[in-house]
Design a protein around this ligand. Structure first.
Ligand code: FEO
Ligand code: CA
Ligand code: CA
Ligand code: CA
Length: 648
């Protein structure tokens, strides 16, 4: 065998300055275009957007949802893949002030019964949008109103349950006494996509839309189901009395009937999953793949794909001191199952083959830079020596119970509490996995095992903050405000892994600035992440931020940075190699920069601007606002003026 020195890919742009403006800033020679902002009509049935448009449930159901997050493009054929595709994008949550601006705000947002039409509209603003987009001859992008691929999935859309939990007693409801169906997906944050051509929308902060005012299930408290009122009070709305469909009552999971089939005590147990969507087939329901665990899924990222080997997906639970997970399919990858863009066949049957049967693992990061994947299966030996099912008080064949109590199962196996795992991304050539750990206010240097009480139910801020954990080698900073990015490689055929810190976030002025960041690349709270494979074993790691860290936020809005890992001496960002980490774009004030992919030819980079404060002023994303506009989350397409590939 021969080895040859490769010239590392160079980033052919200068790091841009930080910005605190109401505009998207990109390097000289690049353009940024607003595409499919919230409220864009998907068909002729919905009225055109106006800044004073009063949104209705019907309009919202036929328009792009709110607060764009993870997204991916699905080509309709190979030849046009970089010019035309179905854009699948998550609509994570809503800005009630922007949604109800013409009416002066929402009705009864804090207390009292919400008007049904308002709740219905908000429910329809959540979920997933599918919309066909095309590149015009002039290089600008537009969406295709009325395309047969345009589609909305909302927090009310009927969906299937599949995998170990489907059909179990844990998910029987009045709506689905057999426990096979549910309605809606919610707080779909990061995303994923499969090699067989389906989209994965990941349910993150869904617990907040429910309320349980009665006796709590063991899993309610840990996952953070509110006890007074749901986040938007949807449960207070009166449904249509002519339909006994419990349209809103289902969000109140307080047990009321004699039996789970007479009420909605199990409704929240139909949430917390990875939701698979076939973007090519409008006749098929979305499917919740329960085998991949139930928690606040940030996203779902495909591991290295090899013929005959299991298909692997990684996912993090974004809450303080929660865990990183891996799902390993029982079936080996058959390249014949690879996506055939635009062709009509049953992709969800292929999804069932790889995503309904397999093993879920939680990660333990050891001090020596190694780690172990801990199986969450009934007979796995838990930390105290008992089989996991026994430690959880479950029957020996109850994999569904383990999935329902995924977080507790991971506690009992000894997984490592992390600094809020957000996005991951995999270098498809090496199989190396990167993951952002965004920040953690509940980690202390002096912590001890006694202060870490996950599994014991000690929760001081349900849903957002579990007990304080001590520092560990993979999460080494107490009160980690700036966050960091880890990298690992699978070893021992995937039973174990080897990890290292890739980069630490910091303000340039911080005393604790371990990667030596400067004004040109200081960042904090990394969230979105994408390994942009450019072939020949090289790629660009794109880092997006969701920053609440003062030392950086006073200098710049949230941003998009790029680094070529192969160009780094030693492979990680250090004070000596930090100049290879460059700021590529900055978002408008108030936003988070999230969601990312590029066309196959790498000439158009798609990102999302979520929860902007006062943007966009125009279709040109870089136009600064004069005065106040009704803010709209939007996709932004970044292209080079010369039409060449982005960043190189
Ligand atoms: Fe919705 Fe963890 O970000
Ligand atoms: Ca977000
Ligand atoms: Ca996120
Ligand atoms: Ca975040």
């Amino acid at each position: 065998s021969t080895s040859h020195e490769k010239t590392p890919l160079g980033l052919a742009f200068e790091s841009i300055a930080g910005s605190r403006s109401d505009a998207v800033v990109v390097p000289p020679g690049y353009t940024a275009q607003v595409l499919v902002p919230w409220g864009t009509p998907l068909s002729e049935k919905a009225s055109a957007w106006r800044d004073d448009l009063a949104m209705t449930a019907e309009r919202q159901a036929q328009s792009v949802g709110m607060h764009h997050d993870g997204m991916h493009g699905f080509p309709l054929d190979e030849a046009s893949a970089s010019r035309r595709f179905v854009l699948a994008l998550n609509n994570e949550y809503i800005d009630q002030q922007a949604l109800w601006a013409p009416q002066g705000g929402p009705t009864n947002a804090e207390e009292g019964a919400r008007p049904a039409e308002e709740s219905r509209t908000e429910i329809n603003a959540h979920g997933v949008t599918l919309v066909e987009v095309v590149k015009e001859g002039d290089g600008r992008w537009s969406h295709v109103p009325g395309s047969p691929y345009n589609r909305r999935f909302t927090s009310a859309t009927e969906m299937e349950l599949a995998g170990p939990v489907a059909g179990s007693a844990y998910v029987r409801t009045k709506f689905s006494p057999e426990g096979r169906l549910t309605r809606g997906t919610n707080n779909n944050c990061g995303n994923g996509f499969t090699p067989w051509g389906t989209y994965l929308a990941c349910e993150e902060n869904w617990p907040n839309i429910f309320v349980n005012t009665g006796e709590r299930f063991a899993d309610d408290a840990r996952i953070g189901i509110p006890t007074q009122r749901g986040r938007y009070g949807w449960e207070t709305s009166a449904g249509d009395p002519s339909e006994a469909n419990d349209e809103f009552a289902r969000f109140d999971i307080t047990p009321r009937g004699a039996d789970a089939r007479e009420d909605y005590r199990n409704e929240a147990r139909t949430y917390g999953y990875q939701v698979e969507i076939d973007p090519y087939d409008g006749s098929r329901r979305a499917v919740k793949r329960t085998a991949l665990g139930r928690f606040r899924h940030e996203g779902c990222w495909l591991g290295k794909l090899e013929p005959g080997k299991p298909v692997v997906f990684y996912s993090g639970h974004d809450a303080r001191n929660e865990y990183i997970y891996k799902f390993v399919s029982a079936a080996g990858w058959d390249p014949a199952d690879a996506n055939r863009p635009g062709a009509a066949y049953d992709r969800l049957a292929i999804g069932a083959k790889y995503l309904d049967e397999g093993t879920l693992y939680a990660a333990r990061f050891d001090a020596d830079g190694s780690g172990e994947w801990l199986p969450l299966t009934p007979l796995a030996k838990s930390r105290d020596g008992r089989p996991l099912h026994e430690a959880l008080g479950l029957a020996a064949d109850d994999q569904a119970g383990i999935i329902i109590h995924t977080c507790d199962a991971a506690d009992l196996m000894g997984a490592t509490p992390m600094d809020r795992p957000e996005w991951a991304s995999v270098d498809p050539a090496s199989g190396e996995v990167y993951i952002t750990l965004t920040n953690n206010s509940k980690r202390t240097a002096a912590g001890s095992e006694a202060t870490f009480t996950n599994g014991g139910g000690a929760i001081d801020e349900p849903g957002v903050g579990f007990a304080t954990a001590p520092v560990n080698e993979a999460n080494p900073r107490p009160d980690n405000g700036a966050g960091h990015i880890l990298r690992w490689r699978e070893v021992d055929d995937g039973a174990r892994f080897a990890w290292e810190v890739f980069v630490f976030g910091a303000a340039a002025a911080d005393a604790d600035n371990r990667s030596g960041l400067t004004e040109a690349n200081q960042f904090a709270s990394p969230d979105g992440l994408w390994y942009d494979d450019r072939g020949d074993g090289q790629g660009i790691l794109w880092i997006q931020t969701d920053n609440g860290y003062e030392g950086v936020a006073e200098h710049t809005n949230d941003q998009l940075l790029a680094v070529v890992p192969a160009a780094l001496e030693g492979g990680v960002v250090t004070p000596e190699t930090q100049q290879h980490l460059k700021r590529f774009a900055v978002g408008p004030s108030g936003c988070e920069v999230t969601g990312i992919f590029a066309t196959p030819d790498k000439t158009a980079l798609f990102i999302n601007i979520q929860h902007p404060g006062n943007w966009p002023a125009a279709e040109d994303a870089t136009t600064a606002t004069q005065g106040k506009v009704r803010p709209r989350a939007s996709t932004v397409v970044i292209q080079k003026q010369d039409g060449g590939p982005i960043a190189v």
